[in-house]
Design a protein. Structure first.
Length: 154
């Protein structure tokens, strides 16, 4: 399982995604360009001391990501075809989330093996990207029995 962010706009969200991946043992792909410099202090502050534990792969663009990706791309989008709670996740899935300001372009939609949405209350537009990623990753790891084993439990 992998988490991927497409051209993130907000450094604090990238920092939170780095921390999320580090805590759950899930690698993170960052598809550039980002809307901020990747050495931004805000990223380090949001990731706290988890950045050293995280596995982060940077890709110069969408084409670079596609050429290195080996899993099924599962795109989370407000234009999704099915709710994520009904989806059969696989351990090799890449959970992809778009830009906070614009989502993803049609070419990314077209490349996805699945397009999912998170059901929201009427009138709500969208969740914060890392909140959505945490919800999706939790369900995907639960379904694939992919959560890390806590120390001393096995």
């Amino acid at each position: 399982m992998r988490l991927a962010l497409f051209q993130p706009d907000i450094p604090q969200n990238l920092g939170a995604a780095i921390r999320l991946g580090a805590c759950l043992g899930v690698p993170l792909d960052v598809i550039e360009p980002c809307g901020f410099p990747l050495d931004d202090r805000s990223i380090r502050r949001a990731a706290m001391d988890y950045a050293a534990r995280a596995e982060v792969r940077r890709h110069a663009g969408w084409g670079g990501f596609l050429s290195q990706n080996r899993g099924r791309i599962v795109l989370f989008t407000t234009r999704g075809a099915a709710p994520f709670l009904d989806f059969a996740f696989r351990p090799d899935d890449v959970l992809l989330f778009g830009r906070e300001s614009a989502g993803v372009p049609d070419e990314v939609h077209d490349a996805a093996g699945a397009r999912l949405y998170i059901p929201l209350a009427e009138g709500a537009r969208s969740l914060n990207v890392v909140v959505a990623a945490a919800m999706a990753l939790t369900e995907a790891l639960r379904r694939t029995n992919g959560f890390p084993t806590p120390p001393g439990s096995g």
